[in-house]
Design a protein around this ligand. Structure first.
Ligand code: SF4
Length: 363
């Protein structure tokens, strides 16, 4: 298949593995990937075995379900329990544990919770159920936000009055900036997310080499992409010439997708939001602009997201530390014992893009 086979080519994979070996310094190299699809692909294709042992690829806050704060999950569950409310969500959200329950459990108890593949599907649900209030759980990064913005614009055009959006949309570069302030992490570089970069381009990462002297490379998701991305990072590290490389130029333009950004920012504005594990980060999320406030579930249901209100669930789950790159999944005492994909204790085990889930399934 075009654009797949050539990026899974075994000879090319071997060549990059050799090249990487040839330029890897003796010291430990810590590279963080901030994209759930990188986390999944790296483990699924067994790429760890091809890298020298002193190169550590650390999963960061790149899984949208995992970084959604527990307070958001609790609010979503509370809304779904309201009379005459239909809750619409992407599948991964169903099993994420809130403080006392999950959307999946309350659905079994009769709450109307439905799964969709696109935010645009929520318009049809709202039209077919004019006497109910329909709430879409808007979770994701810069990749998902433009489609959700489009759905709000389409709902406005169609004069739909019973559709609301509960935003937990997040922006990746501010989270990367937060991690860079943590000296304990001692990162050498970032494998930057391919999907997010298709929207934002490469410029938003430039502060990383400039202000922190760290290497960056936007990479795709096939084995050749990831290995070439690591190779380009190592070249920057060994020559002490940090910059932002773009390995994924077949998809990512350096300028990103200005039209998608324009749509996104016409409906949303940047705001401080709460991340699981990382806390409240300034300008790291997207909230609905006042002009579209009639679609804002927080306003309709008089809610306010507040990460400080969420009670810590009494478990030993260490998703917060995993999202910050402090530990790897097998260092959590519940990993593969009390916590498995069939019985997830924390969000990082729920989603296929979660570090614990990928670690469990492929290692
Ligand atoms: Fe949380 Fe389970 Fe991961 Fe441990 S293994 S950090 S309990 S999701």
């Amino acid at each position: 298949m075009r654009y797949v086979d050539e990026f899974r080519d075994k000879d090319l994979v071997k060549r990059f593995a050799q090249e990487i070996k040839g330029i890897t310094p003796r010291r430990k190299i810590n590279i963080m990937e901030v994209c759930g699809t990188h986390t999944q692909s790296f483990r699924r294709f067994g790429l760890k075995k091809l890298l020298p042992e002193n190169i550590r690829l650390i999963a960061g806050p790149g899984c949208p379900v995992c970084v959604s704060h527990q307070d958001y999950i609790d609010l979503a569950i509370r809304l779904a329990q309201e009379k005459d409310v239909i809750t619409i969500t992407f599948a991964d959200m169903l099993r994420v544990p809130g403080t006392n329950s999950t959307l999946e459990k309350i659905r079994a108890e009769s709450a109307d919770v439905r799964m969709v593949y696109s935010a645009l599907d929520s318009l049809a649900v709202a039209k077919l159920n004019p006497h109910k209030r329909v709430v879409f759980l808007a979770v994701g990064f810069e990749t998902t936000a433009p489609t959700i913005a489009l759905s709000i614009l389409a709902a406005k055009d169609a004069k739909i009055k019973n559709l609301f959006f509960l935003s937990s949309l997040k922006l990746i570069p501010p989270a990367m900036g937060y991690l860079l302030e943590d000296e304990a992490l001692s990162l050498d570089g970032f494998l930057c997310p391919g999907h997010v970069s298709a929207i934002i381009g490469t410029k938003p990462y430039e502060f990383i080499p400039k202000e922190y002297g760290l290497a960056c490379c936007v990479a795709g998701f096939e084995p050749v992409d990831i290995l070439e991305g690591v190779y380009l990072l190592l070249k920057q590290i060994t020559t002490n010439h940090p910059r932002v490389d773009n390995q994924y130029s077949r998809v990512v333009k350096n300028s990103g997708n200005p039209t998608a950004r324009e749509i996104m920012y016409s409906v949303f504005k940047e705001a401080a939001v709460f991340w699981r594990g990382l806390g409240e980060l300034p300008k790291s999320g997207l909230v609905i602009r006042n002009e579209f406030s009639r679609f804002d579930a927080e306003k309709e249901f008089c809610l306010k997201q507040n990460g400080r209100r969420a009670l810590e669930r009494k478990t030993k789950c260490r998703c917060g530390d995993i999202l910050k790159g402090i530990i790897i999944p097998s260092e959590c005492s519940l990993f593969a014992k009390a916590c498995t994909p069939d019985n997830p204790v924390g969000p990082c085990m729920v989603s296929g893009e979660g570090a614990c889930n990928a670690h469990y399934r492929y290692q």
